[in-house]
Design a protein around this ligand. Structure first.
Ligand code: NAD
Ligand code: TDX
Length: 340
């Protein structure tokens, strides 16, 4: 590994991975390749922007010519694909961009990667490919039952990666992370949305009864997990990066309010997300066997995260304008009005 292309590196987890890799491996050249959609944010990369071993290139992973140029210009030998449309609610409103990036984009990257003799390709996937897990824990060989257009598009992308391994012998590894939280997360997802809304004493739109369960993983643990699988994963294999820390949404919400010193009366039980998965749960045995171990427990990670949003209003206040407000209106105005 010498020249690594990190796609989607201006997003939430991709930027945490970049910040980690640039510091941990001064001997690698690390190139961020990102389209800068609404979710991509160069502010996330300010901590590394002056580093010698870091470069930024704006581009779409589904644009074959642009991918070719980047692979050739930087003599890329390794690809880590974080680039995706990542928000389930947006995939329910409009799935198009999800197919474009998560399926077609993943295919174009794989195809150009193969033609350019890439030595290792890491596809960043998600626990959502397993679907709703009523009881027990997903292991890597379980069947896929994705339920949202987002989850189905991520399943498509990683199945293509598997096919490129089996058919063409490409060196592929796959990570399946669980719900990730931490600094620099776009304020459309549960933790940053509720934290920043509560800071402004605004209502928190909790879907349905709030008893859905998610398995929470701190972003730096996710980033180190991808590093571990990239270096030590066995070719052709997938690895769960599980927080092994399941919580009901209502409990996460209450804890955020406690940390902020805000009242539980801000919670509003709004009409549920369509096709809402009740529970995700995975075991991380297989990744642990390669030496990955999460370092943050949920209490510390959530306190650090809420504290970060309190201290970094410069980062999120300017996001909560324009396109964000349009999306917020579409997603929440009717839901909130319906319970008044
Ligand atoms: P994010 O939405 O914060 O960031 C996505 C990034 O990809 C953005 O910088 C965006 O500009 C870029 N991008 C989007 N379309 C692109 C395209 N066509 N070409 C190039 N760049 C493009 O997402 P995230 O939460 O950081 O998630 C990163 C990856 O991890 C995704 O693949 C996601 O499916 C996966 N994942 C996320 C979570 C989670 O809880 N957030 C959990 C498990 C897996
Ligand atoms: O306003 C909300 N109200 C609410 O009750 C939002 C945004 C979410 N929720 C619920 C839905 C989920 O049960 O909170 C839970 C978490 O929601 P999200 O933050 O939207 O995450 P989720 O849908 O679980 O998906 C996340 O984890 C897996 C990421 O967004 C995906 O990219 C990742 O693959």
């Amino acid at each position: 590994m010498k020249n690594i292309l990190v796609t989607g590196g201006a997003g939430f987890i991709g930027s945490a991975f970049l910040r980690h890799m640039v510091a941990a491996y001064p001997e690698y050249n690390i190139i961020c390749y990102d389209k800068l959609t609404y979710a991509g944010n160069v502010d996330n990369l300010l901590p590394v922007s002056d580093e010698e071993n870091y470069r930024f290139e704006r581009g779409d992973i589904a644009d074959r010519r642009a991918v070719q140029r980047a692979l050739e210009h930087y003599a890329i030998d390794t690809i880590v694909n974080f680039a995706a449309e990542s928000h389930v609610d947006r995939s329910i409103i409009e799935p198009d961009a999800f197919i474009h990036t998560d399926v077609v984009g993943a295919y174009i990257l794989l195809d150009e990667g193969r033609k350019h003799g890439i030595e290792r390709f890491c596809q960043v996937s998600t626990d959502e490919v397993y679907g709703d897990i009523e009881v027990g824990f997903s292991v890597e060989d379980d069947r896929f039952l994705p339920n949202s257009p987002y989850a189905a598009s991520k399943a498509g992308g990683e199945l293509m990666a598997r096919a490129y391994h089996v058919t063409y012998g490409m060196d592929i590894v796959i990570t399946r992370g669980s719900n990730t939280y931490g600094p620099y997360q776009y304020p459309e997802k549960l933790v940053p949305l509720f934290t920043t809304e509560a800071m402004d004493d605004r209502p928190l739109p909790l879907y349905g009864d709030g008893k859905q369960i998610r398995d929470w993983l701190y972003v730096d643990d996710h980033a180190r997990g991808v590093d571990c699988i990239l270096h030590f994963g066995k070719t052709g294999e997938a690895y769960n990066l599980a927080g092994e820390n399941q919580r009901h949404n209502i409990d996460v919400t209450r804890r955020i309010l406690e940390l902020l010193g805000k009242p539980a009366s801000l919670i509003r039980h709004v009409p549920d997300r369509e096709g809402h998965d009740r529970r995700y749960a995975m075991t991380a045995e297989k990744a642990r066997a390669l030496g990955w171990q999460r370092q943050y427990d949920f209490e510390d990670g959530l306190a650090a995260t809420v504290g970060w949003y309190q201290e970094n209003e410069w980062w999120w206040r300017k996001i909560k304008t324009g396109e964000y407000l349009e999306y917020y209106k579409r997603q929440y105005t009717e839901r909130l009005a319906s319970i008044r």
